[in-house]
Ligand binder design. Structure first.
Ligand code: SF4
Length: 453
């Protein structure tokens, strides 16, 4: 019996998958892995052991494409003749011909809207010699349509759960709607079922992701869809300690949504609202909500209802036509609001977007100087906020240990983008403990176990 099993396993091809870019892509990569295993492929973490090498690319901005290219080039350079290399994901959706032209070692490109067709594509590659492109223009395929999970683990106790994909906004600088098409929301039942599976697997933190979480349910005809979804999640999973909301587009943080966030301690006091700029004229050029009075009202209301809220945002500097005065307005706004976390990007023109038609007239050096000025301002704010936590206790999810330290995150730290909490000693993991903060850095905190553990 053993011999037969070994023999069978040897006949089955192995696949290796490298996932780049955002958490939505990671969820798709998990779906691809489940699908391939269902079709008889075996996973491996070693590229040299795989017959099929897949890079789930990111094509959002130039830096992301450069990373995807580097990985694909490395795999192509080391490939054996019998191996197949496939570019999947957003860049493959956007520029499949260019990718095949760029990389002679690439066998196929399959778009992010078409990943369920990957097993069929691999069948074709086995029997045909030519290189293949497969992209579709329909909406993003939801995981339940393929019977795969809509989540991906970030650690053994933390996961990203996709609630929707695609984007129905038309921000002038952004290629996502071109790549992924309009937003499609998953049903509440499918999301709750995935969340229950995660809880059964020991997950303590679920991070809800979409391109735009506050738009959840609009395409399903729901009013206040995100608020309804959150209520269903906390009702169905009363034991799940942490639910975190990411990518909340401004303008749709409705009174009901804020009330739901305030009513349930399971819903973490953490909001990521990508504002992109603070000067109304720049926001208009970006085709984003430009009512800064409304933004200020929403942020004040959030802080009133959730006094401990951790506010994260993202800004783009060097957008076409951004004057010194407009940038100064942004700096003053950051000073005024005192965000807990700020991410900053320099503008780069993306082909096919409305902003690509504007002259990209801010010199690179000025863009870089503005990025540095904004980051420096925020670093001082972040440090002061972290220093104010010294002596206080925070709930911390313990996820990793090594070199005499234990690494965790508090409710203030979203996975992969925010800081860490470091504790001396290698403590038992996969639990949430009270930590007394003893040291503060710009991004990270240090602490010791608090009194209640
Ligand atoms: S809301 Fe976000 S993903 Fe959608 S177009 Fe705007 S920047 Fe892009």
């Amino acid at each position: 019996m053993n011999t037969k099993l070994t023999y069978g396993a040897k006949l089955r091809p192995h696949f290796y998958i490298e996932s780049l870019g955002c958490s939505k892509n990671t969820v798709d990569s998990t779906g691809i892995a489940v699908l391939l295993q269902r079709h008889g492929y075996l996973p491996t973490t070693e590229p040299e052991q795989a017959e099929v090498l897949i890079v789930n690319t990111c094509g959002f901005i130039a830096a992301a494409r450069a990373e995807s290219l580097e990985i694909l080039s490395e795999l192509s350079a080391a490939r054996r003749p019998e191996q197949k290399i496939i570019a999947a994901g957003c860049w493959a959706q956007r520029e499949p011909d260019y990718l095949l032209e760029l990389l002679p070692g690439l066998d196929a490109a399959i778009g992010t809207r078409s990943w369920p067709a990957l097993p069929a594509l691999l069948d074709l590659l086995r029997t045909r010699q030519e290189r293949l492109i497969y992209t579709e223009d329909g909406p993003m395929v939801l995981p339940e349509a393929v019977g795969v999970p809509g989540y991906a683990f970030n650690s053994e106790v933390s996961a990203f759960l996709k609630i929707a994909d695609g984007c129905s906004r038309r921000c002038a600088f952004c290629a996502i709607p071109l790549i992924k098409g309009p937003q499609v929301s998953r049903s509440i039942e499918a999301i709750v079922a995935d969340a229950q599976q995660l809880q059964e697997q020991g997950v303590l933190e679920i991070n809800l992701v979409a391109q735009d979480t506050t738009y959840y349910g609009h395409d399903l005809g729901m009013q206040d869809g995100l608020a309804v979804l959150l209520e269903r999640l906390v009702t169905a999973l009363p034991e799940l300690p942490w639910i975190r909301l990411l990518y909340a587009y401004p303008g749709y943080l409705t009174p009901r949504l804020l009330a739901v966030l305030a009513a349930h301690p399971q819903l973490l006091s953490y909001i990521d609202i990508p504002l992109q700029h603070a000067h109304p004229a720049v926001l208009r050029r970006m085709r984003r909500p430009d009512d800064m009075a409304e933004v200020r009202r929403t942020l004040a209301e959030l802080r009133r209802l959730l006094p401990e809220v951790c506010l994260r945002t993202t800004f783009v500097v060097g957008f076409p036509g951004e004057t010194d005065e407009e940038f100064e307005t942004l700096l003053q706004f950051v000073d005024e609001i005192q965000f807990d976390r700020v991410g900053v990007f320099t503008y780069s023109a993306e082909a096919g977007t409305p902003a690509a038609d504007y002259p990209d007239d801010i010199p690179k050096q000025v863009k870089d100087e503005r990025l540095e000025a904004l980051m420096l301002k925020q670093q001082a704010i972040s440090l002061a906020k972290n220093q104010a936590l010294i002596g206080k206790e925070l709930s911390v999810l313990l996820e990793g240990a090594g070199d005499g330290f234990t690494v965790g995150r508090s409710y203030r730290d979203a996975p992969e983008i925010d800081g860490l909490v470091l504790l001396p000693g290698e403590l038992p993991l996969k639990r949430i403990v009270q930590v007394r903060i003893t040291e503060a850095l710009v991004y990270d905190l240090e602490g010791v176990l608090g009194g209640d553990n």
